[in-house]
Design a binder for this molecule. Sequence first.
Ligand code: G3P
Length: 219
Amino acid sequence: MKFFVDTAEVAEIADLASSGLVDGVTTNPSLVAKSGRRFLEVVEEICRLVDGPVSAEVTATDVDGMLREGRRLARIAPNVCVKVPLTWDGLKACRALSSEGTPVNVTLCFSPAQALLAAKAGATFVSPFVGRLDDVGADGLGLIRDIVEIYRAYPRTIRTEVLVASVRTPPHVVAAAKLGADVATMPPALLRQLVHHPLTDKGLAAFLKDWERTGQAIA
Ligand code: G3P
């Protein structure tokens, strides 16, 4: 499973990317606004920090505006992945951009039917939002299960990767991996949280305490 970082905070991306465990970055207009940075500048900086796909979202809602903005974003760097919303205009823009060789991440996906349309439009990634479905009492992981099942039924024609978004907890990540999703994008804090387990900390402390008693050093 690929791990993407879901943020426009450059310092966070730089720190996590140094681990070698970051496969890409996703941003959206809310995350860019939160960063306080100029959009095109921060995307260019992020694209230099990671080799993998960097999702940058259009803000136009009409297909011509999405194409204009998407082509502008694609010119920033080779690893830009243009993000479009799952609307008819977004699907039309996805079809056109993907036919030009531009990777497209179709976002704000909340149903299997929407995910099927994103695949038919040639999306590189589809972003189903697990947490926001859970927020309204729906089954966010159930959506991932349905999409993976549908996509696996058409291995020769569907190349779209399932990029699980709105990921809020370590169980979300584990469940998405067990379901066979291709990517999980998550906030920096959640990615860091994945490494922690109290028994790991306890076991390491015991190893070091016993080692200290030997008076030895590895040199
Ligand atoms: O990539 C989409 C993600 O940023 C949305 O997360 O927690 O706002 O639903 P959230």
